[in-house]
Write a protein that binds this ligand. Structure first.
Ligand code: PLP
Length: 378
């Protein structure tokens, strides 16, 4: 099998699974228990928290584990609006956010908030000026992703944070960094966002564990779950110890020779762009300078779902936009207002540190076969 869908999820290395297995079967104590096994687990959860926090460039006390990136996104949006409920009821976000942010914003709309959905340029780019121009005196929250999961564009979060400090210092900034963490420069300190979301399963960790960074400007953050006081009383529920152990181990592994891994991924992306460009009717959509692991392309005129199905049956796993939108047209591609023929043929290839040129060659051959043997339908 050729797996080129690392933006959807990633394989879990044996060392990560082993770390989780040990916690599931031997060190299975509840961190709230008062006997040695529980106390030891509490200590270890804090060590793992520090491992993830160090990779994110924040203090361990600023990092809260959640059940996934989606949960962290939902929490950030509602917590920011809660803190700024007296400031106003306006949110600025982008039309190309992940559904986890968009749906949280739509929920806020139903509570009476007004949401401005910024549309990027046709190449997926978005400037800090565009974001800041939409900010008003009553803007409670700006939520803008760090890396777009379908196109790979990197958005200027640090510049937005600096601009907000001048234009409206009370407005809180959230960035969904699920596709940026350990893929592009992603330090909480440098980016300057008040909330930052990450998720383990995009970097070789298990599914079902994410984290939210909450910065110092967020006073008395609104708890997500009330209960037994875990996660500093903000997100109650017995800690998912095996998932947290796996998250930390995945972070450690990914950080080993990280620069080298990122360079390899960028080279693979560029090789894929070059190799695929030779296929007739193939258009590269990802703009230069994007995240190293994502390449968006269109086989202009050929419906993307058919491509995904056909390549899948040839053992090549790719996606038609984001895995979270299977079967429906992607809102990200729709926002770019490309022609019907281009947008209908969009597929995403995404890479991991283990992807090699052979994988790309196999994908290119399968795509070429699809082009040559199937009729265009769009
Ligand atoms: N945000 C982005 C940009 C994503 O790509 C994803 C997952 O695809 C999520 C949020 C959701 O993360 P999770 O799958 O951990 O809920």
């Amino acid at each position: 099998m050729i797996y080129l869908d690392h933006a959807a999820t990633t394989p879990v290395p044996r060392a990560v699974a082993d770390a989780m297995y040990e916690v599931l079967t031997e060190q299975f104590g509840n961190p709230s228990s008062q006997y040695p096994m529980g106390l030891e687990m509490k200590r270890r959860v804090e060590v793992w928290r520090k491992t993830v926090a160090d990779a994110l460039g924040c203090g361990a006390k600023q990092l809260f584990f959640t059940s996934c990136g989606t949960e962290a996104d939902n929490w950030a949006v509602t917590a920011a609006c809660w803190q700024n409920r007296h400031l106003g009821r306006h949110i600025v976000t982008t039309a190309v956010e992940h559904s986890a942010v968009l749906e949280a914003c739509r929920w806020m709309e139903r509570q009476g908030y007004e949401v401005t959905y910024l549309v990027p340029a046709q190449d997926g780019s978005l400037s800090a000026e565009q974001v800041l121009a939409a900010v008003r005196q009553d803007t409670a929250l700006v939520s803008c992703m760090l890396v777009n999961n379908e196109l790979g564009n990197i958005y200027p979060i640090a510049e937005i944070a600096r601009g907000l400090a001048v234009k409206n210092p009370q407005t809180l900034l959230h960035t969904d960094a699920v596709q940026g963490f350990l893929k592009v420069p992603c330090s909480a300190k440098t980016l300057g966002a008040d909330f930052l979301t990450i998720s383990a399963h995009k970097i070789g960790g298990p599914k079902g564990i994410g984290a939210l960074y909450i910065g110092p400007r967020v006073r008395n953050p609104k708890p997500l779950l009330a209960g037994g006081g875990q996660e500093g009383g903000l997100r109650a529920g017995t800690e998912a110890t095996a998932q947290i152990a796996g998250f930390a181990r995945a972070v450690e592994l990914r950080r080993e020779n990280l620069e080298e891994k990122l360079l390899c991924m960028a080279k693979i992306r560029d090789y894929a762009a070059e190799r695929l460009s030779a296929i007739p009717d193939l258009k590269i959509l990802s703009a230069p300078g994007g995240a190293p692991h994502i390449l968006s392309i269109s086989l202009v005129g050929w419906p993307s779902q058919n491509i995904v199905n056909d390549l899948g049956s040839q053992g090549v796993c790719i996606s038609a936009g984001s895995a979270c939108h299977q079967g429906k047209p992607s809102h990200v591609i729709a926002a770019l207002k490309l022609s019907k023929k281009v947008s209908g043929g969009v597929i995403r290839l995404s890479f991991g540190p283990e992807t090699d040129k052979g994988d790309i060659d196999a994908c290119a051959d399968a795509l070429r076969r699809h082009h040559d043997t199937r009729m265009p339908m769009l």
